[in-house]
Design a protein around this ligand. Structure first.
Ligand SMILES: [Zn+2]
Length: 105
């Protein structure tokens, strides 16, 4: 069990993913699907590697996220609503294969 808040850490925590980056406390954003609904959670306290960007959650945070994922995300309680563009994988592929006709005469 970790203490709720450690005001000052004398030794910087190291990233276990790249083994060289230093972890910094940061608020991050995460998203998960509930059925066909995408739920975005922001303001999640995490430790973020300043080198590779890997994010680490503390046990308590991961547990809370799991609970939210489990179904306590009532739309009525959402802080705000985002509109996100949705792309079709096939359509994107076609666009790429068409290439650029950049004709400018
Ligand atoms: Zn790292």
């Amino acid at each position: 069990m970790a203490p709720a808040a450690s005001p000052a850490s004398q030794e910087p925590m190291r990233c276990t993913a790249c083994a060289s980056g230093v972890l910094a406390r940061q608020e991050v954003r995460s998203a998960f699907w509930q059925g066909d609904r995408l739920v975005v959670v922001e303001g999640i306290p995490a430790l973020v590697c300043q080198s590779c960007g890997e994010q680490f959650y503390e046990d308590e945070t991961a547990m809370k996220l799991d609970l939210m994922r489990g179904g306590s995300c009532a739309t009525a309680r959402a802080a705000r609503t985002l509109t996100v563009p949705v792309f079709d994988f096939d359509a994107a592929k076609k666009e790429t294969s068409e290439g650029s006709d950049g004709s400018q005469s």
